[in-house]
Design a binder for this molecule. Structure first.
Ligand code: NAD
Length: 440
């Protein structure tokens, strides 16, 4: 089998590489020349555990190629995957112009039957728009070429994307013809052999499944953050509550962590887009609107704790910030709570010295010298008035507290991810602020 994957971001590069690993010949296409050059020279444009090794192996084995030419990639391809970005428009709806641009180009280039698979997260009905755009482009050429569209939303998590793609909980595929279904079955043959559940369904349901899944996960986070804030007021401990409810098999243990808000390239934009879809159809998604409001408020929770300790004027104060990426395992800073906090701290007059195991370069690219960059986690602490933990990277979980104590001006920790125990912090003589913890 041979496929083209258009867009070599987190989803395109991981999907293309992992499908190559199963024996498919994959050509990845991107309009970003620098990205393609880097990949062709053995470099990696993103950080994702295990991905670099897989890219190298599959390139060397002659199953994975990178090009800026869609025409070249489409040659003899059984399917073309669209994996370009769908960023939020000003009104919250998904901006589909990258997806539809690719669809138009596909229509301008195809000469043989192909399945056009949308992997990008797109609102309900988009696959039919893709189909219309391709038909229009074929019409303009005055040719008739058979093709099918398919929806194959991606559920991988940044930071564990390779594992998620290779061993998914399920694969969801929306099709409207047996021919397309057979192509998709051949493509996912290795997954079928592994007994991965592959759910074939209609296209609209496949598109909706992706938004419903992300919205459900975002809802759990906002729910726990709301409960955490109430825990603080009434004197309960959200970590105890988490264990108490997570052991109920109807609820489950995952996605119950209170923190300083969700970020990343998916939850915020997908929740917004689904709200917009609801509004467009005269159905106001009240629950999701609240999920979004709670999250916006939660991104300021650490700042509120910091100013209630130090006062609203932070001139002359220095803060060490551990963790910049929106979650561990990735260098992605899109919609990261760290960026909101940095803005607020700097506007209040503070100096921030940040450290992140992998997101330093990406942070420099985004916000330049708005903060100082430390050489390592302990260097970030030098002369700081307090330590703020924003991302729960593994290396922050059991730090050398004696080092922290020596470097900080005051023994104060603001822990936005509840990675330390309030009892232990008390024992070590720290003033400790967690999220929804007893004795905050
Ligand atoms: P990304 O921004 O990392 O990558 C998109 C890539 O597409 C970029 O490299 C860009 O240069 C390229 N591109 C844009 N227009 C192009 C064109 N006409 N031809 C070729 N390349 C083009 O995006 P991403 O994070 O990989 O997300 C892609 C889609 O997958 C989005 O819809 C997103 O919502 C969805 N998704 C993302 C994740 C995730 O964790 N990042 C998970 C599941 C689904």
């Amino acid at each position: 089998m041979r496929i083209a994957v258009v867009g070599t971001g987190y989803v395109g590069l991981v999907s293309g590489t992992c499908l190559a690993e199963t024996g498919v010949t994959v050509t990845c296409v991107d309009v970003n020349n620098a990205k393609i050059e880097l990949l062709n020279n053995g470099g990696m444009p993103i950080y994702e555990p295990g991905l670099a090794e897989l890219v190298t192996r599959n390139r060397e084995d002659g199953r994975l190629f990178f090009t800026t030419s869609l025409k070249e990639a489409l040659k003899d391809a059984d399917a073309v995957f669209i994996a370009v970005g769908t960023p939020p428009d000003e009104d919250g709806s998904a901006d589909l112009h990258y997806v539809l641009d690719v669809a138009r180009e596909v229509g301008e280039l195809i000469n043989d039957y192909i399945v056009v698979v949308t992997k990008s997260t797109v609102p309900v009905g988009t696959n039919y728009k893709v189909k219309g755009v391709i038909q229009a482009a074929l019409g303009k050429r005055g040719v008739e070429v058979a093709f099918d569209v398919a929806s194959n939303p991606e559920f991988l998590k940044e930071g564990d994307a390779v594992n998620d793609f290779i061993s998914p909980d399920r694969v969801v595929i929306g099709v409207e013809s047996d021919r397309a279904r057979r192509v998709m079955e051949r493509l996912y043959h290795a997954f079928i052999l592994n007994n991965t559940p592959i759910y074939f369904m209609d296209i609209l349901s496949a598109e909706m499944t992706k938004y419903a899944a992300n919205s459900m996960l975002a809802t759990r986070i906002s729910f726990m953050n709301d409960i955490a804030n109430l825990c603080e007021i009434v004197g309960a401990d959200v970590e105890a509550v988490k264990k108490g409810i997570g052991s109920d098999s109807r609820i489950g243990k995952k996605f119950l962590n209170a923190g300083c808000g969700y970020g990343g390239s998916c939850f915020p934009k997908d929740v917004k887009a689904l709200i917009r879809t609801g509004d467009d159809h005269g159905h106001s998604l009240e629950l999701l609107k609240a999920v979004e409001r709670v999250n916006e408020k939660q991104k300021s929770v650490l700042f509120r704790k910091i100013t209630s300790h130090f006062g609203t004027d932070l001139t002359g104060k220095r803060f060490a910030m551990w963790g910049l990426s929106f979650k561990p395992g990735t260098d992605d800073l899109r919609e990261a709570p760290s960026l909101v906090l940095i803005d607020k701290l700097v506007e209040a007059g503070a100096v921030v010295r940040g450290f992140d195991p992998v997101a330093m370069e990406e942070c420099k690219r985004r916000i330049g010298d708005r903060i100082e960059y430390a050489d390592n986690m302990y260097d970030a602490l030098t002369d700081a008035d307090a330590l703020i933990v924003v991302t729960e990277w593994a290396e922050f979980k059991i730090p050398k507290f004696t080092f922290i104590e020596k470097a900080l001006k005051h023994k104060i920790i603001f822990d936005g991810r509840n990675i330390y125990s309030p009892e232990q912090m008390k024992e070590f003589g720290y003033m400790y602020y967690g999220i929804g913890r007893k004795d905050n």
